[in-house]
Design a protein around this ligand. Sequence first.
Ligand code: TYC
Length: 113
Amino acid sequence: MSFHTTLMADREDDDDGDMGVKLETRPKTKKPPLYKVLILNDDYTPMEFVVHVLERFFGLTHSQAFDIMLTVHKKGVAVVGVFSAEIAETKVSLVMDFAQQHQHPLQCTMEKE
Ligand code: TYC
């Protein structure tokens, strides 16, 4: 684990004029960035295919998958999950490959939260 180090000469509350270094005991806990995975609407991909994708790659129940598919169909886009960069990239890639294998134009993307 790393720790935050503060140059005391850079601090406004440092009035002793020296160039001391404060050894901070507060741990620098870096949260990994999270990414939303989004599914986009199109005019050609069958609704049942989208439902299947959401069940297969995002672990959703049939009912959850159907609701999200309908949201995308009506609104154009929906978030299907939030993941670390590596997991989000893998899911996007698996969905895009699966759609291409079945010759559907379904689009899946990710964006930083
Ligand atoms: N709009 C498509 C249709 O009418 C269904 C669809 C829903 C496609 C969601 C993509 O992400 C999508 N067949």
